[in-house]
Design a protein around this ligand. Structure first.
Ligand code: GCB
Length: 583
């Protein structure tokens, strides 16, 4: 079951609770102002805001409008990282685990129309072997600078552990708090709970509507982009037949969107959808029957001040920069993004590989075996939320798990998730999990996916700086993959680059090296027909935890963190422009 995106229409209303809330870190007595939605971490020079591990408290008052008498009211949290407890007038009314997907809290029975109440949100940012993403609970730093066996270093690590240091097993800053919108919303008492649309290029759109009550008629109307009725049907389950359908194509100017307008009693819901089909055939990835080649950098939700906070201006800017780059896709590395970004990509024709927050599952042998149920639940919720977006063309079960140490055990972990994704997705999109640079000849998981996605750092973390050797080694690996007869995407590859650092000789960290590195990798990719995509790491520089390998964050961006292009951005703009001109 999905959690429908809140809407304002003739039947539904929302009140945005964004703005300045009261905030405190647990243990503090005084309250201070904090902006919502946004990560709290960069909103104060107090070092604890960056380093705090534990529960933080947000507080504000809100009123149910008197005019909402007789309606159903609820709070809708788009995401609170990494888990949340919700209190109304000091009394706990709900709890939610996981920081990247929405949840709702019903208020009827707890408040009256016209009543004002105090809302408290307790957000817990601690990460561990029981959370997604994973924290290492102090035993390994992300880029291990802790030499094992040295007594004083071991003692230092124990000292940290005892103090509950939050150590991510992933390479992005552990931004947290109320990072996406919070809304008060109202629907009629009998309401539309969920909508599922399964379009086909013939124009037949199968649909299913879930309602709160078994009684009452459901009407569905498909509207074209001008708002004219293109098809009608009735019943909770049925087919809309759209004559001469216009397809959603992943190209600028052509991502045609229809809207399914659903009526049930007093309630209305308008669900945008695109008519497109996705299929893997041999070593090709087909969108509407035509081979699609993925080219676009992976992203993060990351920017100055906001951290991982939802920022519509940033989203529009980023999508326009994707257009400028002649890019046609991104992967939501390494967690599901804010829904507004998918809406934008539906509209702009940018393709998304949608990823769960299962990242860091390489930390040690304890990794994730006990997480399977929760991981399955997150996968179900992500698919439930994103199933209708035409821009989503593939599911990623996670990023860079260790699949080589215990290859059979890893297969037994990932196989049921792979099958669940196929079962849960009404559109049955291809499924993958992103592979780490590892013993690809030993791993059993990556090769078993519909599309092989591999992250490779030949010439950077491996064979550092030697692009001749990098080419040689990468070609050897590609020879191996060619025999697997699956479509392959290079889903990460990159070089840290300090914007403005130049060298007549292209050495690591210079802008010249970043370009030379990408040229070398492009050369290898262009030789292979089974390679159906390239996703450089990363679109923009981004914040990470501190470490000896990170100078003010990860610098592998094609753009700086404030979105200024490095030379490599110009390189890809040319390369992908030529590629698109050929298609
Ligand atoms: C990876 C990870 C990504 C890192 C990147 C890097 O393999 O998937 O999260 O940021 O490498 O730059 O090290």
């Amino acid at each position: 079951m999905g959690v429908l995106y809140p809407q304002n229409n003739a039947a539904r209303m929302t009140v945005d609770l964004g703005g300045i809330w009261d905030f405190r870190l647990q243990g503090d007595s005084g309250w201070q102002p904090i902006a919502v939605p946004a990560s709290y971490n960069d909103q104060s020079p107090d070092p604890r805001f960056r380093n705090f591990a534990g529960v933080s408290e947000y507080r504000r008052r809100f009123t149910i409008p008197s005019a909402w008498k007789g309606l159903r009211w609820f709070l809708r949290f788009d995401a609170v990282a990494h888990s949340a407890v919700i209190l109304l007038n000091g009394r706990e009314i709900a709890a939610h685990r996981g920081g990247f997907l929405p949840f709702e809290v019903e208020l009827n029975g707890l408040m009256e129309a016209g009543e004002t109440a105090e809302l408290t949100v307790r957000a817990d940012n601690r990460i561990s072997h029981d959370t997604l993403p994973i924290g290492t609970e102090g035993d390994t730093a992300f880029f291990g600078s802790d030499n094992p066996g040295i007594p004083s270093v071991e003692a230092g690590k124990k000292w940290q552990q005892e103090r509950g240091i939050n150590r991510p097993a992933f390479d992005f800053f552990n931004y947290t708090g109320i990072q996406r919108p919070v809304r008060l919303a109202a629907t009629p008492k009998a309401y539309i709970r969920d909508v599922t649309l399964i379009p086909s290029v013939s124009g037949e759109v199968r649909y299913e509507v879930e309602t709160s009550d078994a009684e009452g008629e459901v009407l569905v109307e498909a509207l074209d982009a001008d708002g004219n009725a293109a098809a009608r049907a009735s019943g909770r389950k049925g087919v809309l037949t759209i004559p001469q359908p216009k397809l959603w194509e992943p190209r600028p100017g052509t991502p045609y969107l229809y809207t399914a307008r659903i009526s049930f009693g007093e309630d209305r819901y308008e669900q945008p959808f695109g008519i497109r089909e996705v299929r893997v055939e041999g070593t090709r990835f087909l969108i509407n029957g035509r081979p699609f080649r993925f080219h676009g950098p992976c992203k993060h939700e990351d920017s100055p001040f906001h951290g991982r906070g939802m920022d519509p201006c940033l989203n529009v800017t980023d999508v326009n920069l994707y257009r400028w780059l002649n890019a046609n896709c991104f992967r939501t590395s390494h967690y599901p993004y804010a829904e507004e970004m998918y809406q934008l990509c539906d509209r702009e024709g940018i393709v998304i590989v949608d990823e769960t927050p299962a990242v860091g599952m390489w930390a040690d042998e304890r990794y994730g075996w006990n997480l399977a149920d929760y991981h399955g639940q997150v996968l179900r919720d992500m698919i439930g939320r994103d199933k209708n977006h035409p821009c989503v063309v593939m599911w990623s079960l996670g990023n860079e798990p260790d699949t080589e140490k215990y290859p059979e055990k890893a297969y037994d972990y990932w196989r049921p998730l792979y099958e669940a994704a196929h079962r849960l997705d009404p559109q049955n999109r291809p499924v993958t999990v992103v592979g780490c640079q590892n013993r690809y000849d030993v791993d059993q998981v990556i090769r078993s996916m519909d599309v092989v996605l591999i992250n490779r750092y030949y010439g950077w973390y491996n064979l550092s700086g030697d692009l001749e050797a990098a080419r040689y080694a990468f070609r050897m690996e590609l020879d191996w993959w060619e025999k697997q007869q699956k479509p392959l995407i290079l889903s990460e590859y990159g070089a840290d680059t300090v914007a403005g650092l130049h060298g007549a000789v292209a050495e690591m960290f210079t802008e010249e090296f970043q370009v030379a590195y990408y040229e070398a990798m492009s050369e290898c990719l262009d030789e292979r027909d089974f390679v159906i995509g390239e996703m450089p790491w990363n679109f923009a520089d981004f914040s990470t935890c501190q470490g000896p390998m990170r100078v003010g964050g990860n610098r592998k961006g094609l753009f700086t963190r404030d979105r200024r292009p490095k030379m490599a951005a110009h390189y890809f703009r040319r390369r992908w422009g030529e590629m698109e001109a050929r298609e």
